[in-house]
Design a protein. Sequence first.
Length: 75
Amino acid sequence: PEASPRQVAAAIRGAAVVAGETSTSVRGADWRIGVVTAVGTGPVDVGDVRARRIDGAYPAPSVGDQIMLTQNSAG
C-alpha cells in the first residue's frame, strides 16, 4: 500500500527532528560575553569574532567595552 501525503509529511517531519537533534551543525540561539578588541565603522571585533552592532543599542563602541554577543541558528 502507498503512503498518504499526510503520512509522508509526518515521516519527513520526524526525520528532520531526529537529524536536528543528532547533528552538531544544527543548534539554537547562543550568546556570550566578550571584550571589544577593535572598532570599525559598523562592526566591532571581539577577538576573532566580527560582530554587527545595532547603532541605537550601542552607539559609541570603544575598545575594552564588555558586550553581549548573540547568534541565532541561522548564523
